[in-house]
Design a protein around this ligand. Structure first.
Ligand code: PLP
Length: 374
């Protein structure tokens, strides 16, 4: 392969870590000294701080976002055979969580402009077996809390948020994770708040759900050697929590940096609308924390998405596709639908392109990206 120098990487984590590296090394050193590795002090601190920052009472750290969904649904009383509604165009982990909770995933289509779960389609999918809906706050933009609460109240179903891409996002006065019964977060390194490995959390205002979650993540044991549930081993490492404690105070600033970068992209891309390059819409006009900045290369564009992606790569600009195949067309999930069942999600998968986005991305780099698109 010929090597093309990278002008604009897709993400650059070292920019956010360099200024705080010595602080992180210090807290890690303290934990090594204390030997406080499992269910330790830093974890308790981070659980309280992250839940509070999200406007919620309890946080329970787990090994990853997928486990936060799988165990979180069980903690919320989802039983084997219960139907759970979720969007067809999500990251596969949303579905894995539902299946690991032994519930039945019911996919629905999305809004073509925002790529968010279509609540009208969701309402149509509700049956007597439906127990929960999982709004995925995709790319960092929340599904409307008011519309979600209205739907959930009318049909008496649980809202369980997949907020893995939406740390501290806001909409209609709600923070991500504070709308429904409980919410799952991921601290995978490239998320808006990332650890130095895998990590996740369930947050909830319900003390019983929090207690059940603590039991489930720790071998089903509410106290040592008493096993009231089968449970599993899924804890957020104390070392990772310590790293996250150092990073959390910077999250709002990093989110603001992303929002400013997105606004600059929006401004520069505006003239390209007539040639079919259309950014994913921000319907809430604020509170979007831009985990990803995604454009659609629509039918009106003279070149298709894949061709544009290759052209950008030749110019040293790294991009991504989130996600190239909708869940029901993945080999392992063919029982969840056929081609044509979720046409808007299927079309989006062919049109979307994620542009470089991270705190510290400069205006010059954004200009380079947009120039390469034209
Ligand atoms: C990252 C992500 C997850 C899963 O989190 P992991 O920590 O990787 O297990 C779940 N849902 C969405 C929407 C995600 O982006």
């Amino acid at each position: 392969m010929s090597s093309i120098p990278t002008k604009v990487p897709f993400v650059n984590l070292s920019l956010q870590h360099q200024p705080i590296q010595s602080q992180i090394e210090q807290v890690i050193g303290e934990i090594i000294q204390r030997g406080d590795f499992i269910l330790g002090q830093a974890l308790t601190e981070f659980e309280t701080a992250f839940a509070a920052a999200s406007g919620v009472q309890y946080g329970v750290g787990v090994a990853c976002g997928t486990d936060a969904i799988a165990l979180g649904l069980q903690a919320c009383g989802i039983h084997p055979g219960d139907e759970v509604i979720l969007p067809a165009n999500t990251f596969i982990a949303t579905i894995i969580g539902v299946i690991q909770a032994k519930a039945i995933p019911i996919l629905v289509d999305c809004d073509p402009d925002t790529a968010l779960l279509d609540l009208t389609a969701a309402e149509t999918a509700i049956t007597s077996k439906t127990k929960a809906i999982i709004p995925v706050h995709l790319y960092g933009q929340m599904v409307s809390p008011r519309q979600l609460l209205d739907l959930a109240n009318r049909h008496d179903i649980i809202i369980f948020e997949d907020a893995a891409q939406a740390h501290l996002a806001e909409r209609e006065g709600y923070r991500a994770g504070s709308i429904g019964k409980a919410a799952a977060f991921s601290f995978y390194p490239s998320k808006n708040l990332g650890s130095f490995g895998d990590g996740g959390m369930l947050i909830t205002n319900d003390a019983e759900i929090a207690q059940k979650m603590r039991t489930l993540r720790n071998y089903g044991a509410p106290s040592k050697y008493l096993h009231t549930e089968i449970g599993t081993n899924s804890r957020l490492d104390n070392l990772q929590a310590a790293v996250l404690n150092v990073k959390l105070p910077y999250l709002e600033k990093w989110n603001r940096d992303r929002t400013l970068a997105a606004q600059y992209y929006n401004t520069l891309l505006e003239p390209l609308k007539h040639q079919g390059i259309v950014p994913i819409a921000n319907h809430s006009h604020s509170g979007h924390i831009y985990h990803l900045y995604v454009i659609r290369v629509t039918e009106k564009s003279p070149i298709d998405r894949n061709t544009l992606q290759e052209k950008l790569a030749r110019d040293g600009i790294q991009t991504g596709i989130h996600y190239p195949v909708p869940c029901h067309l993945q080999p392992a999930y063919q029982n969840l639908g056929n081609r044509g069942d979720f046409p808007r999600a299927e079309t989006l998968c062919e049109q979307i392109l994620s542009l470089p986005m991270y705190p510290g991305l400069s205006n010059i780099q954004i200009e380079q990206v947009v120039k390469a698109i034209v």
